[in-house]
Design a protein around this ligand. Sequence first.
Ligand SMILES: [Zn+2]
Length: 78
Amino acid sequence: MVIKSKIKGKKKHVNKPTSKKYTKYKIEDGKIVSKARSCPRCGPGIFLSLGQGRAYCGRCHFTEFEKKNVEIKLEDKE
Ligand SMILES: [Zn+2]
């Protein structure tokens, strides 16, 4: 008789990561102020992830380029 040592059908319980949406907010004078910019398409609550001079929405894939960080490299040649 063979004794089966492996127990099948059991999954290891993994806790879900805590939502980090609260990190995007801060309270000033009793009002909730969002630190990050929200998506113009999805509305408030959906934040854009910032990186490399652009803002990206993970929900509707909206990408917004920041004009401040874009340097104009065209030089006038005379
Ligand atoms: Zn969006």
